[in-house]
Write a protein that binds this ligand. Structure first.
Ligand code: T6T
Length: 324
């Protein structure tokens, strides 16, 4: 189902920064195949992490491992993620893959896993100090944010007022997207940003925020929604306000609801990630570590692509569309 097709214009190359030997995080002596890996999502009901799990499961079958998909479906937050991390540590798996929901709040709890001799790879989001992990795997979120700025400025004719709707401060990925967006937007002197409004990754709150922004700024020309959940709410609000296609939306991710919005013309462009590949690489590197490899790069980057109404149905785009 998930063809490994390339050809879509991608702009984040695979990147290795430098070799890293991870002190102290030796696996427990009895780590043996089938290796037991726990994958802890930021929010388990999210199409991005569901797709990441598909890649992890496919790789596990090849590599003699099992992957237990875990995480809260209630919210994307440290308070809902921590019980799943603590339960995973108590299970004593051979390895944990985790998308930390906050780069500060999850630092000490994840260090507890490492102290319990359970090695960790950070997938998607990261920590303020990722050196406790074997490695980190994610999209190039800063570059992705910059691409959003170009697409949104282009969509509004390089002049006018825009706004950003995001998740929460401390989510490394969406923070980096905004960083890249703001830096690139500064190259468009006639485009002004109202700044960022946070919604806690809650589509209902994102819907209300968008309606408030429009009510207070009748000349609002475009909006950047930094992920699936904020995009879902913003897209629905634009449609409910009768602004579909008039208020230009550029969003991160390609969950099915967003793809529908793209095809309907409510969304101008999507920046797709490759969560399937993040999941594949997470399991591959975990098994390599458990078999003794130590010279991992600090970070591995996965691909991204700009998806538009014109290329959304092309064969090369299929791998960038998230599962239900
Ligand atoms: O955008 C993805 C992910 O990269 C981000 O860290 C959190 O939000 C998503 O999961 C989509 O909801």
């Amino acid at each position: 189902m998930f063809k490994r097709l390339f050809g879509v214009t991608t702009f984040a190359a695979l990147a290795g920064i430098c070799a890293l030997s991870v002190p102290g995080a030796m696996p427990r002596a009895n780590a043996a195949a089938p290796y037991k890996i726990v994958l802890i999502a930021g929010i388990a009901s999210d199409a991005f992490y569901i797709t990441m799990n598909h890649g992890a499961q496919a790789e596990a079958q090849k590599d003699g491992a099992t992957v237990q998909y875990s995480g809260s479906s209630a919210a994307f937050s440290p308070s809902t993620q921590l019980p799943f991390l603590n339960a995973a540590i108590a299970q004593k798996p051979d390895f944990i893959l985790i998308a930390p929901t906050d780069k500060v709040a999850l630092q000490a709890p994840i260090a507890q896993a490492v102290a319990a001799k359970i090695p960790v790879i950070l997938v998607d989001t990261t920590l303020n100090d990722p050196s406790i992990a074997v490695t980190t795997i994610s999209s190039d979120n800063v570059a992705g944010g910059a691409k959003v700025a170009d697409a949104l400025a282009d969509a509004i004719g390089k002049t006018g007022k825009v706004a950003v709707v995001s998740v929460s401060p401390g989510v490394s990925t969406t923070d980096e997207r905004v960083e890249g967006f703001n830096k690139q937007l500064a190259t468009y002197p006639s485009v002004k940003s109202l700044g960022v409004t946070f919604t806690g990754d809650n589509p209902t709150r994102a819907n209300t925020v968008l309606k408030g922004l429009v009510a207070a700024n009748r000349d609002l020309a475009g909006v950047f929604a930094t992920n699936t959940q904020t995009g879902t709410g913003v897209t629905a609000a634009s449609r409910e306000l009768g602004l579909s296609g008039k208020l230009k939306l550029v969003e991160f991710d390609t969950e099915p609801v967003q793809v529908e919005g793209l095809k309907a013309g409510t969304i101008t462009a999507l920046v797709a990630q490759d969560p399937y590949n993040i999941g594949e690489l997470g399991v591959r590197y975990a098994v390599q570590y458990l078999k003794g490899k130590r010279d991992f790069d600090k970070h591995y980057g996965t691909g991204e692509a700009i998806i538009t109404k014109e290329n959304v149905d092309s064969p090369d785009t299929k791998k960038y569309l998230y599962a239900q």
